[in-house]
Design a binder for this molecule. Structure first.
Ligand SMILES: NC(=O)c1ccc[n+]([C@@H]2O[C@H](COP(=O)([O-])OP(=O)(O)OC[C@H]3O[C@@H](n4cnc5c(N)ncnc54)[C@H](OP(=O)(O)O)[C@@H]3O)[C@@H](O)[C@H]2O)c1
Length: 273
């Protein structure tokens, strides 16, 4: 009885704990800043330890939350198990997992190095699926917690010249929506956040200069929309009117037309085209 009392009193004083992948820059770094404001202690994961440490210092200058950083290449086999083990070494209960790490690939599928495609499958599909499998049961037992899987509007339709990127994001959307339904009575929220074109290093890393009809979202807009939607337990989250428009167009336009149109819009300026 006394033990339970002590546990309850102490539990109430332990800050919620969030694990964020791809936190070294862009949208992931913005999740870290916003969650620190909400009082979450943080475990920040990415490959670039220098950037992670800079962000940890920045956050600690403006808030009293605890921030830990772990360099981890999520393209390595069994990265999700390593992530889980690292999280457990800081706190037994994770309140929020943000599977945000990801990267783009742009160009003809047959030109892509097989090893880079394998890295994408590992980071987008294996890490998202395996970490959800590892972190979710404890959240369900606690009847609290949330997982945000960052996909993209690119997952709503096939995208020639970004074939594997769009397909892996489609997997994340389908997977997250299905597991969210299975978990719906557990009080745990599974969200799949689908930003459109957002101003980060993403496109430069992918070697792609997007031609878009509307200005990019800011990482701040993406993260605020995502975290606000957690309050209403929304599963599929898009950003602004652009996200809604993309959702409607891709739902109602015949897939063949959509794919052909997208192909014209996205295709690289190769001399052979
Ligand atoms: N920007 C957009 O227009 C846009 C649109 C829709 C969806 N998204 C999605 O949003 C997410 C975040 O992207 P962003 O726009 O913020 O791009 P970003 O600025 O390039 O950030 C990507 C993050 O992922 C991490 N990452 C990549 N590969 C990794 C690996 N092998 N192991 C560990 N971490 C890795 C990077 O960290 P390190 O390099 O330090 O490892 C970085 O922190 C991605 O899933 C992306 O697909 C972006």
């Amino acid at each position: 009885m006394v033990e339970l009392f002590i546990q309850t009193v102490f539990m109430e004083h332990i800050a919620p704990f969030a694990v964020i992948t791809g936190a070294s820059r862009g949208i992931g770094a913005e999740y870290a800043r916003a969650l620190a404001v909400q009082g979450y202690d943080l475990l920040l994961v990415a490959r670039d330890q220098t950037r992670l440490n800079q962000l940890a210092r920045e956050i600690q200058q403006t808030s009293s939350v605890q921030v830990w950083t772990e360099p981890l290449d999520l393209a390595r086999p069994n990265a999700a198990a390593t992530l889980y083990r690292l999280a457990q070494s800081y706190r037994p209960h994770v309140s929020l997992l943000v599977n945000n790490a990801g990267f783009g690939l742009y160009g003809l599928f047959t030109d892509m190095p097989l090893s880079t495609i394998q890295d994408m499958l590992q980071v987008h599909i294996h890490v998202t699926t395996e970490s959800t499998r590892l972190f979710l049961p404890d959240m369900m037992n606690q009847r609290q917690g949330a997982i945000i899987n960052v996909a993209s509007v690119a997952g709503f339709f096939p995208i020639p010249y970004m074939a594997e990127y769009a397909a892996t994001k489609a997997f994340i959307i389908s997977f997250s929506e299905a597991v969210a339904m299975e978990a719906r009575e557990s009080e745990v929220t599974i969200q799949v956040c689908c930003p459109g074109y957002t101003k980060t290093d993403f496109h430069q890393t992918a070697g792609h200069s997007p031609r878009h009809v509307s200005p990019p979202h800011s990482p701040h807009d993406v993260v605020q929309t995502s975290l606000n939607a957690l309050k209403s337990h929304q599963t599929l989250v898009t950003i602004g009117w652009q996200g809604l428009a993309t959702q409607w167009i891709t739902r109602f336009m015949p897939k063949k037309w959509l794919t052909r149109l997208t192909s014209r819009f996205v295709r690289p300026n190769y001399p052979s085209h």
